[in-house]
Write a protein that binds this ligand. Sequence first.
Ligand code: GLU
Length: 409
Amino acid sequence: MQAFEAVNHYFDQAAVLLDLSDNMRTLMITPDRELRVEVAIEMDSGQIGNFIGYRVQHDNARGPFKGGLRFHPHVDQDEARSLASLMTWKTAVVNLPFGGGKGGMNCDPNKLSRGELERVTRKFVQQIHDFIGPDKDIPAPDVGTDAQVMAWVMNEYSKYHGFQPACVTGKPVEYHGSEGREAATGYGVMIVAREILKRLGKEIRGTTFAIQGYGNVGSNTARYLAEAGGVITAISDAYGAVVNPRGLDIKALDAHVAIDRKVVGFPGGEPATNEQLLTQPVDVLIPAALGGVFDAETAKQVRAHLIIEAANSPTWPEADEVFRTREIPVVPDILVNAGGVIVSYFEWVQNQQHFRWPLDRIQREEETTMVESFNKIYELATRKGIPLRTAAFMIGISRVGRARVLGGI
Ligand code: GLU
């Protein structure tokens, strides 16, 4: 099964319960537009570097297309399509006035110099600038891109279209970005963890967590959970894992990662493999890296009692089925990691109004949006006796469907 098929599988589980017609189904799952562009630059060596960039614009019934740009060697058309579709349901589930899009480039940013990274980013924007913009399609950071890359996107876009800071979100605070955007996804993950644990009669304090991934999302999630009294016993990144059953000292780990750029070698824990991370005997397992982490086999070996999907698409449908049979609740990606796009929305609003919000307002409004969305999903799932993912998709699909019908097909 491919990534886009997997998203559509989840879509269909909800569509059946919503009694969606076949034609409406086709209308809603088919992307509006797909761009595939050549991004050729001069490498530092003087050679030509050839890369392929993608931007999939999935649905804009509820507002401009919105979603990140991923720079990673796995990026291809199918992955961009699946992630664009997820963005449509994500923005709808947290009720932002946006549609869904996603893009990226097939490259390994770790192997590019800073100059090469800047050149591929600017060239990519040159190739797609007519199709993006504040009221059309608004990119943002994702795996392999960050605030600096977004600054280059804005700067390059402005050469063609004038000063338009709202053309991209996730920019540096000093360059038209928003307070709280960088840590927004991790902050939202913590809020969702708090809310689901509350419903299960527990709290973050004293609960044990294993986190797969220590990039922007994983590291901020760990920090917020630790601040709330959570015990993070295992963390991994692309190179391996560290485990400490008494809880890792997150501040000390951050100091170690700032120097070594990886968690392995951290003296406050024992080294472990990525596979061992997924089978830790913890209360909560949080995938916060790439997609496709859980297949049927890994799902059988998981020993956590709750999964909180901070990454996009970490669970293949067959694994989802295993978790369901094993009665391990899965809180779905389209809710859990929506904090990023929620604060992207606040950044876009601030840019449009040329007005700045302080951090406490950002966090308060993000929290309200996350809690309201969580409650709606949880209550629907409980009332109908369905998984949280199916409930989330039902809410997202209903909102997009309604906008499609009201606007006229
Ligand atoms: N890339 C993030 C996501 O998958 C953020 C998207 C955005 O802020 O537009 O949700």
